[in-house]
Design a protein around this ligand. Sequence first.
Ligand code: KIV
Length: 265
Amino acid sequence: MQRISISSLMKMKQQAQKIAMLTAYDASFTQAMERAGVEVLLVGDSLGMVVQGHDSTLPVSLDDMIYHCQCVTRASHTAMVIADLPFMTYNSPEQALQSAGRLMKEGGAHLVKLEGGAGQIDNVAALTANGIPVCGHLGLLPQSIHQVGGYKVQGRDTLSAEIIFQDAHKLQEAGIALLILECVPMSLAEKISRQLDIPVIGIGAGAGCDGQVLVSYDLLGLTSGHVPKFVRNFLATSDSIEAAFSAYVAAVKAADFPTIEESFA
Ligand code: KIV
C-alpha cells in the first residue's frame, strides 16, 4: 500500500471519507496502528505527559521529539507522520525553520504541527515556502495552558468562536495542509470543517470534522486522573490493543465516534 499523502487526505475529504489519526510515540504501537488502518500518526508533544510523566507538554525538548519521531518513522510504512514543534521552538520564522528542518531531516517527519492562530501566519508562510508542510492547531492549545488557565473548552462565546473561525481561514490562506481543532463546540467545528478546503481533524470537537484524533493511551484506558468526556476506552470492548485501534478506526469511519455525549455543545 502506498503511503498516505496530503493529496490522499484531500481526496478523502472531498469524498466525505473520515480520516483516522492517533498519537504514536514508539515502533510497536506504530506497527499495530498501521495494521489497524490508522491513516495519520501524530508524534504529539503529549508524550511529555503520557510517556515522560510531566504535568504539561511544556518541558518537551526538540531532541525528545526527534527521538520519538525516529522511533515512529523507522517502523512506519503506510501512514503520514506529523511531528509537533515543541514549546519555544518556533518563536520566529528562522527558529521555526531550523526546528522543523531537524524534525524532518533527523526525525523523518512528513509534516510539522504548530499551535496558534494569527500569530503563527509568518511561521506557516516561511515553512511552506521552504517545502515544509504544516498542520495547524486551534481551540485548546496545550502549550498555552498557563495563559489559558486550564484544560477548558474554547470558543463557547461569540467573540472567541469568531476568532477561532477567522484564524482557521487565515491559517489556510497562509498554507497549512491540515488543521486540528481541540476542545471546541461541535457546531463551530462542523462549520469550520464545511468551510475550509483542507481536512479538519477534531479532538473533543464533535463528529462533524473530517476526521478524529485521540491520544492513543487515552483510548486504551490509561488516562490518569480526570477522563475528558471526549475520550472513549476502546480497549474495554476489545480483546487486544490492536483490536482496540481497529475498533477506533471503524468507529471514526462510521461517524459513530464521537457521539453527542462525547462532544461539547
Ligand atoms: O500532542 C498531542 O497529542 C496533540 C493532540 C492532543 C492533538 O497535539
